[in-house]
Structure formats: structure tokens, C-alpha cells
Design a protein around this ligand. Sequence first.
Ligand code: ZN
Length: 234
Amino acid sequence: MIKQSDNIVFFGGAGVSTESGIPDFRSETGIYNTIKRYNRSPEEILSHSFFVAHPDIFYDFYKSTMLYLDAKPNAAHLALAKLEKMGKLKAIITQNIDGLHQLAGSKRVYEVHGAVQRNYCMRCHEFYDAEYILKADGIPRCEKCGGIVKPDVVLYEESLDELAINASIRAISNADMLIVAGTSLNVYPAAGFIQYYKGNKLVLINKSETPYDRKADLLIHDSIGKVLGEVFDD
Ligand code: ZN
């Protein structure tokens, strides 16, 4: 399929990052255990209204469970970067916020949930990187004006990045091959995206079953890193 295609689009969910050691807070019991002391759900802590009301608790949670600045791209990230360099892959759409695709060398990445690497002062919009957030004592504050710095990630109650969404839909509509990986396809906008694909090379790679398995032209229940890594094995 890859040999026959020159307009491949990849759409990836949390499963792409878990293979780099980044836990999926929706499924990992580990994270739920670490947040027990707050007596709140991750969904509540990661909501816009909670951020505004309790930025101290938000950042305590965020720094300990959402920032994995030492994580490295895995075989899937590297294979996708290679496919883009070859001119075959035109876009990566990701629900992950870790920036690992760019770290692997990918250029056209649409981050529909934002990215931890980008952070802005809520008052003067000064930019700060993820290290600045991690090193801050408590709530990260702007060096210039003292305003609270907010990660450019989409919190609950906030809308998705519209530019990234529109670009993603355009890319999928034009794709001759769509690879969907590491997502259960239960969470918006994942399921909606697939409906824009008009080709006959829909590939689903996920360890467990998804509601779209029967629609796939090629279905693989396995590790993404293993499957995409093998693409370049001779
Ligand atoms: Zn500022």
C-alpha cells in the first residue's frame, strides 16, 4: 500500500506515545493513583475552569503527570518522519501533546490538542518553553509582567485548535492512504475524521478492537512501533 501511495496521512492517538513511555491518563491506573490525593478526576483537574480557580493544584498535577521531557521518539515516529522525507507522507495529525513527531524530524504535524512545548503568558502572551514550566516553583509566572503562564494545550471545556482541525480535514480528504493508529476511536474528533477519507487504503493499527475495525481495508492489532518499524526492514 505504501509503495502505491504518494499522499499518505497518518492520524495517531495516545497509543503512539505510550510506546515512548508516556502514559495515557485515560487508561493508566498509575496516573489515577498519583492523583488520588487530590480526590478529583484528571478530567476535572485538566479543565479550563479548574485551571482558572486552582492553578496551583493544576500545575502540581500537570508537572508530575503530563510533562515527559526526557521521552524519545519510538520506531513509529521515526518511520513516519522517514516517509515524509521520501515525499510519501503529507501530514501527521496527532492527539498527543508531547511533540515527539517533531523531535523525530517530522515537519507537517497538526496537533489538534496543542503541545506542551508551547506556553504563553495569559496577560502579555510572552512565550515560554516546557523546561520553564517544569522548573518553575509552583505556578509558572511571566518574567516580564508576572502573569500566569498557561500551556498551549487544549483543556476540557476548551475548543480544539480550529486551524489544526481544518488543515487535518483537508489533508484527510485529499489522502490516497490513511493510517489510523493508537486510538480507540471513541474520543472526539477521532471518529469524525475518518469520515472525510474517500480512498480505498484505510489502515487501522491498534492493540485492541475499535468500532471502525470493519471499515478498515487493512486491520492490524499490534504495536504501532513494531508494525511501522518493520516497514523499513529489508
Ligand atoms: Zn507576561
